[in-house]
Design a protein around this ligand. Structure first.
Ligand code: ITT
Length: 199
């Protein structure tokens, strides 16, 4: 089956292809990336994801998957949140990270709680379905690791004691917000064999 993926972010394409390769799909899914043109100006992640998915379906006529993701920091009232991509105004991850670190008020772990949230949406002209995935962690005071993208180098996944940039993609995909959202979405669609142990 062909599934359009409405995103302009090549890292997401790579991650989602890898996630699909580990899910117990009833039939193979071929990803077709299409770049959305909308502004992501809605007040919620869900509405932003919905707009991207609807646009992908409108342009291609194929069932479309889109997702909107953000890093949510409790002590900063949820920032960078919806503004995760353009937090520093440059669009560069290094600058976004530096701005975020400069805003953190202290070093205690309690002040450094954060989570990634991902809303994944599926649109096919008849159905519009969505699912949410979350992963909790802590922000380090300096980036560590070279894998992943975006805020991964400062996002410490506590059970491993490593950042998402210090582990292989296959590991990130076991626990990530994106994996959880997509797996739940595909369960709703009935695309997964049930009852199998997943990696
Ligand atoms: P599309 O909207 O075209 O899909 P985007 O890069 O604008 O791509 P989002 O708005 O969903 O995607 O994501 C906002 C930013 O959040 C993104 O640019 C990254 O900096 C960061 N981000 C998203 N997913 C991430 C992940 O898994 N790990 C680290 N940072 C992530």
């Amino acid at each position: 089956m062909r599934l359009v993926l409405a995103t302009g972010n090549p890292h997401k394409v790579q991650e989602i292809e890898a996630i699909l390769s580990i899910l117990p799909l009833r039939e193979p899914v071929e990803i077709l990336p299409v770049r959305p043109e909308g502004e992501e100006s809605h007040p919620t992640f869900l509405e932003n994801a919905l707009e991207k998915a609807r646009e992908g379906f409108r342009k291609t006529g194929f069932p479309t998957l889109a997702e909107d993701t953000g890093l949510v920091v409790d002590i900063l009232d949820g920032a960078p949140g919806l503004f995760s991509a353009r937090f520093s105004g440059t669009g560069r991850s290094e600058s976004n990270i530096q701005k975020l670190l400069s805003l953190l008020p202290g070093t205690s772990w309690d002040l450094r709680r954060a989570h990634f949230v991902c809303y994944a949406v599926y649109v096919d002209g008849e159905r519009e379905l969505w699912a949410r995935g979350v992963v909790h962690g802590y922000l380090l005071s300096e980036p560590r690791g070279t894998q992943g993208f975006g805020y991964d180098p400062i996002f410490l996944y506590a059970p491993l004691g490593r950042t998402f940039a210090e582990i292989p993609l296959a590991w990130k995909n076991r626990w990530s917000h994106r994996r959880r959202a997509i797996e739940h979405l595909f369960q709703q669609l009935g695309w997964l064999h049930e009852g199998r142990d997943l990696p």
